[in-house]
Design a binder for this molecule. Structure first.
Ligand SMILES: C[S@@+](CC[C@H](N)C(=O)[O-])C[C@H]1O[C@@H](n2cnc3c(N)ncnc32)[C@H](O)[C@@H]1O
Length: 303
């Protein structure tokens, strides 16, 4: 009898292993295919001309939106480790034409717009996708530390751009993502006072006290955010973790360059509504009927 059970268990284990390796191979294949596509299209201007050339190559099928399940990665990334990330040595060394080729003026060899909205720790990019039609005259950048998540957002934007060339509401040319650690070298990417809005949507809570220093809002970091934010610019925060909310409010209240905005502002501001419902994390909280804590702050003039 026990021999039979043993054999059954072994069989199950073998089947499980087989299934796991099949799934692994499927994921690897999928990632490889998307990587190829990403390499080819990441920095390409996807416009009518692109579509016409594509047609000539008989390759004008709609690019599918990426499937999130193939891009899963550990939930947390250590913001203090090196990650082998590349940074521009100054904002002047940043080549934005690769991120927003549609806004690159080839005749004058310069960008005709600059990034003014940043989504820090953008995750899977839901906020940018919803902000895009609302802010057609702004360039919006998501910064994300996790590599697979960044890949997902890049693939999502390539597909959205190709699928929406004739969409009157937006063609998603004004959004993009960069893999980076927002806790390091933010002023290497942005000029002083360049940004109008910075979003911190459902940042990692780092619950344990000894991990608080890894939180995305600290005194030092707030001074960096104040540097890249213009006077009157807004910091938006939202989280479902009360302790983190209180932490962010405490630090922002204490900082001399930020002033808390009231509930009337929160009620009437378009971005507050969008960030409440559009991010992937926000949707999860919604499904679980969790609480969302919001606070917004205005960048004050330098004293
Ligand atoms: C809980 S998720 C929220 C994602 C998204 N904002 C949302 O609301 O759906 C936090 C995200 O911030 C990213 N992140 C954490 N620390 C970061 C850092 N220092 N720089 C850039 N991204 C970071 C994480 O990888 C993760 O994707």
């Amino acid at each position: 009898m026990s021999e039979i059970i043993k054999q059954e268990k072994k069989l199950n284990r073998n089947e499980l292993q087989k299934l796991q390796s099949e799934n692994y191979a499927k994921r690897q294949n999928y990632r490889q295919e998307r990587e190829e596509l990403r390499k080819n299209l990441k920095h390409v201007r996807i416009d009518q001309e692109f579509l016409t050339n594509d047609k000539e190559n008989n390759d004008n099928d709609k690019i599918e939106l990426p499937k999130k399940r193939f891009y899963r990665q550990r939930a947390h990334s250590n913001p203090f480790s090196d990650h082998r990330l590349e940074y521009p040595i100054s904002p002047n060394h940043m080549d934005w034409s690769k991120f927003y080729p549609y806004y690159y003026d080839e005749i004058n060899n310069k960008m005709n717009k600059q990034v003014t909205i940043a989504d820090i720790g953008c995750g899977f990019g839901g906020l940018m996708v919803d902000l895009s039609p609302e802010f057609p005259n702004n360039l919006i950048l998501g910064m994300e530390i996790r590599v697979q998540v960044t890949n997902y957002v890049e693939d999502r934007i390539i597909a959205l751009r190709q699928q929406n060339l004739n969409n009157d509401s937006t063609n998603y040319q004004n959004i993009n993502v960069i893999r980076g650690n927002a806790m390091k070298f933010l002023p290497n990417f942005f000029q002083k006072s360049q940004l109008e809005k910075i979003f911190f949507c459902f940042p990692d809570p780092h619950f344990k006290q000894r991990k608080h220093k890894a939180r995305i809002v600290t005194n030092t970091l707030l001074s960096e955010y104040a540097y890249v934010l213009k006077e009157g610019g807004i910091i938006y925060t939202i989280t479902d973790v009360l302790d983190l909310h209180e932490w962010m409010v405490k630090h922002l209240d204490q900082h001399p360059l930020f002033e808390r905005l009231d509930e009337v502002f929160e009620k009437n501001d378009k971005c507050v509504e969008i960030m409440t419902y559009s991010t992937e994390e926000g949707k999860k909280v919604e499904r679980n009927k969790g609480q969302k804590y919001i606070k917004c702050y205005k960048r004050l003039p330098n004293p």
